[in-house]
Design a protein around this ligand. Structure first.
Ligand code: WTA
Length: 656
């Protein structure tokens, strides 16, 4: 086959053997109607009424979709609703109020349960306090909290009074916080004294103080006293203690403010490994409908379930699938403050076992770590409560996918869900009660969503060939714009593949992918992770997938080293599973695997073994940093990494 689109690919992405959902799962699945795709298709966009219909509206919407000002779409216009009412109040009826809403697991074994009634009380009291502090409707409130119950409480309290929240991941620096508050015009902050990091009390308030010093506006600040005597702090001007406020407003209730479906629910700055962070704007009706629907249809969540998404609420996954989706459905959502390896590497399985978790959702980076640590950890607990597993955030190759399904799930279905901060909710995935699962492929576009993989000209690529992943129709959870303006929103996401003349609007995801005959999409990586070697464009993630398919390999990151003489050479950084020494045999197996999957053109020039790969706090491998190292560039600030110490090791390794 010729190489028409210059991607250097002439064969389909190798996928593992497919799996059918087990009968026992199908029998109880939320969605089993095999004609659901056609039904959504025939009735688009009204099909989305089904998602909106699961919510409680104060006023019904007039239209499902308004596209007159595309790509600035409006969903469920005219409708009014409140997200906090939908996630809390409406579950208080009958016997549901004593049902657990949040089960919190602290770092050192502390535990707290908030029933829906407890959550209602906490959200109302904080909402009343925020009002008293002059937070008005549409004021942006920044929340800078670790994974403690006060984080979702604060989000819901903001939602209750119609104040958009702007959650900044607790591990980000003072500068990052200040930049986000400044960009979001935010004059209110909710933070805490500190939290435990690797056993030590870490001073979060110190970071918040530094951020406030660099901001021009006076920032009213609520401080949660999380560590008590372990980290004494004093409150300054404009600072209020969370627990004192709760006491002062004890028993107070605040009527949920009816928000227009198109009013902003929150802002989320994407972590972006380069460039200015983008303030992604999400609105109330469409977002909530989309996250509730996908929690029901893809994650199969039921009100009586105990559901656990082991992400951080500081990123979009936690917003959509720890807080809004599960709580809109009235289920029990587990929140975990700690890390998977403390006090031991079976920590997550101990939590699954003790809470009898039904559905578990995590990221491939975690799954690869579990695999590296060994199957004895999940095997030492009773995980038979698990009915469904999910993954999100990065491509997952067949080997870790199968390991996860077998060693953690005992053969239960696995949904690989593709979506983004900008899409708000899931876009590509199998429906676990209906679809065949193909390890290595995220899946087809969900009902009501249309995805196309296209070449530079926007023409569909042939099955198995790589191209750009685009979405050809609007969807309810979509970002409405970027906070700093519609222009950047249009330019980054819509202009690359749209034709405004003909009204053909297409969203560009920034990802490359391939699609098979059945419409299953395998995401290959970001466009910025493509390297060109000998005139052929290769996806670094595709090479990485071939490398991680080698027994004994835990993780890999592939980057390009460019020189005038050699052109671009491929450097592969590889970490091995516990018990596997980095040997020449593994090196040879890597070369064979890459050669077999892609071709000799993709053979790494250098394979560098390292105990760990540098990662962002959200767990994404920092390829750009490795790229800078191999190219001898000056390194960017590495303090935002999860494991900054590894950079020194990798650099020293290179100098030797
Ligand atoms: C990647 C996280 C492959 C992709 C929800 C996307 C994935 C970016 C998958 C968004 C998946 C997410 N398979 N790649 N299942 N899910 N990605 O904004 O490159 O933090 O563009 O949202 O993660 O990351 P974000």
């Amino acid at each position: 086959m010729d190489d028409r689109n210059g991607w250097g690919r002439d064969r389909p992405v190798p996928a593992g053997s497919p799996h059918q959902p087990p009968e026992s799962f199908v029998e109880q699945a939320n969605v089993t109607d095999e004609a659901i795709d056609e039904k959504f298709e025939e009735n688009w966009p009204e099909c989305w009424e089904r998602a909106a219909g699961s919510l409680s509206w104060d006023e019904p919407f007039d239209t499902v979709l308004e596209d007159g000002d595309a790509p600035l779409y409006r969903w469920f216009a005219g409708g009014k609703l409140n997200a906090s009412f939908n996630c809390v109040d409406r579950h208080l009826e009958a016997d549901r109020k004593t049902h657990a809403a949040i089960r919190w697991e602290g770092k050192h074994g502390e535990r707290e349960t908030y029933t829906y009634r407890d959550l209602y009380v906490a959200v109302n009291e904080l909402a009343a306090a925020l009002r008293e502090l002059d937070v008005e409707e549409d004021d942006v409130v920044t929340i800078y909290l670790p994974m403690i119950p006060e984080l979702p409480i604060a989000m819901l309290a903001c939602a209750r009074i119609g104040a958009p929240h702007n959650v900044v991941f607790a591990g980000l620096s003072a500068d990052a916080l200040a930049a986000r508050m400044d960009a979001a015009d935010s004059e209110f902050l909710i933070t805490c004294d500190g939290y435990y990091r690797r056993g030590d009390a870490f001073n979060q308030k110190g970071k918040a103080d530094n951020a406030r010093l660099s901001l021009e506006a006076d920032v009213r600040t609520v401080v949660v006293d999380h560590l008590g005597a372990d980290l004494p702090h004093v409150l300054g001007d404009d600072e209020y203690d969370y627990h004192d406020l709760r006491e002062e407003f004890a028993g107070r209730t605040v009527d949920p403010v009816p928000r227009d479906a198109e009013d902003m629910l929150f802002l989320m700055y994407t972590s972006g490994t380069t460039g200015e962070p983008k303030g992604v704007v999400h609105t109330t009706g469409g977002y909530l409908a989309h996250v509730a629907w996908t929690s029901h249809a893809v994650l199969d969540v039921k009100p009586e379930d105990t559901y656990w998404c082991a992400a951080d609420i500081g990123w979009i996954t936690g917003h959509s699938y720890i807080v809004y989706g599960p709580l809109a459905l009235g289920t029990t959502t587990v929140m975990y403050e700690g890390t998977p390896d403390y006090p031991d590497r079976d920590r997550l399985w101990e939590i699954v076992d003790r809470n009898a978790v039904d559905v578990f959702y995590t990221a491939p980076t975690a799954i690869r770590a579990f695999m590296k640590w060994g199957e004895q950890y999940p095997a030492s607990h009773d995980l038979s409560s698990l009915r469904l597993l999910g993954t999100v955030g990065e491509p997952i190759s067949p080997r870790p996918w199968n390991w996860y399904r077998e060693r953690v799930g005992g053969g239960c279905p696995v949904v690989d869900t593709w979506w983004q901060t900008e899409t708000g909710a899931m876009m590509l995935s199998t429906l676990p009660g209906i679809d065949e699962m193909k390890p290595g492929a995220a899946g087809p576009a969900l009902p009501g969503i249309e995805a196309r993989v296209v070449d530079e000209t926007g023409a569909d690529v042939a099955a198995g060939e790589a191209g750009y992943l685009t979405i050809t129709r609007p969807w309810p959870g979509m970002a409405r714009t970027l906070y700093d303006g519609d222009d950047r929103y249009r330019a980054e996401y819509w202009e690359p593949f749209s034709d405004p003349e003909t009204g053909d609007w297409r969203y560009f995801s920034g990802d490359t992918a391939s699609i098979d005959e059945d419409g299953y999409v395998t995401v290959l990586g970001r466009v910025d992770d493509v390297i060109t070697v000998s005139g052929r464009r290769l996806s670094t993630m595709e090479i990485e997938s071939a490398i991680t398919d080698v027994a004994g390999v835990a993780e890999s990151a592939v980057v390009g080293r460019s020189s005038d003489r050699e052109g671009t050479e491929i450097y592969a950084y590889v970490s091995t599973e516990g018990g596997f020494e980095p040997t020449d045999d593994i090196r040879d197996a890597i070369v064979d695997s890459v050669g077999g999957a892609i071709g000799p053109v993709a053979t790494p020039h250098e394979i560098v073994f390292t105990p760990e790969l540098p990662k962002t706090r959200s767990g994404k491998i920092m390829r750009r940093l490795l790229e800078d190292i191999v190219n001898g560039e000056e390194l960017e600030d590495t303090s935002a990494l999860r494991n900054p110490e590894i950079v020194g090791e990798i650099q020293t390794g290179r100098e030797e």
